[in-house]
Design a protein around this ligand. Structure first.
Ligand SMILES: [Zn+2]
Length: 143
């Protein structure tokens, strides 16, 4: 009997769900399915520069699981680029972190938007990051 899969924590899902080669109808392409946890592993390690240990801790998985997720993501991205597959990101076994707000001035972050000003410095230069999936939204390249 296998243990039930525990939800993986995804801090910042991708803003689009499908990538495909330009000029080829999607029905003429093979589809590769990447799960959101594979995508998050790649984001944390390749984009944010976290170690496998740090990324595993953020996602609430073991280091070997993180390494496996990362290997799966790398294989799919390589295959899509080299062989011209469409890449579709699916939700899979994850829980999305609550939407987070970011202050452009003092760089503090918080989860609940109680007012239109930063709770730390009172700035009104705020942006949203994290939360949601497959929705285009303004986001800074933060880790
Ligand atoms: Zn602030």
């Amino acid at each position: 009997m296998s243990r039930p899969k525990k939800d993986r924590i995804v801090g910042s899902p991708p803003v689009v769900r499908v990538f495909k080669p330009q000029g080829i109808p999607v029905r003429a392409l093979g589809m590769l399915r990447m799960t959101l946890d594979e995508c998050e592993a790649m984001r944390l390690v390749d984009l944010c520069g976290l170690s496998h240990e740090e990324a595993a801790e953020r996602m609430g998985v073991s280091r070997p699981t993180l390494t496996r997720l990362l290997a799966g993501a790398h294989e799919k991205v390589a295959k899509a680029l080299v062989e011209g597959w469409a890449l579709v990101v699916e939700k899979g076994p994850v829980s999305l972190q609550a939407e987070r707000f970011f202050c452009e001035d003092c760089e503090s972050t918080w989860t609940a938007k109680e007012s239109d000003v930063c709770p730390e410095c009172g700035s009104t230069h705020l942006s949203v990051w994290g939360g949601g999936f497959g929705r285009r939204r303004r986001r800074r390249g933060r880790c």
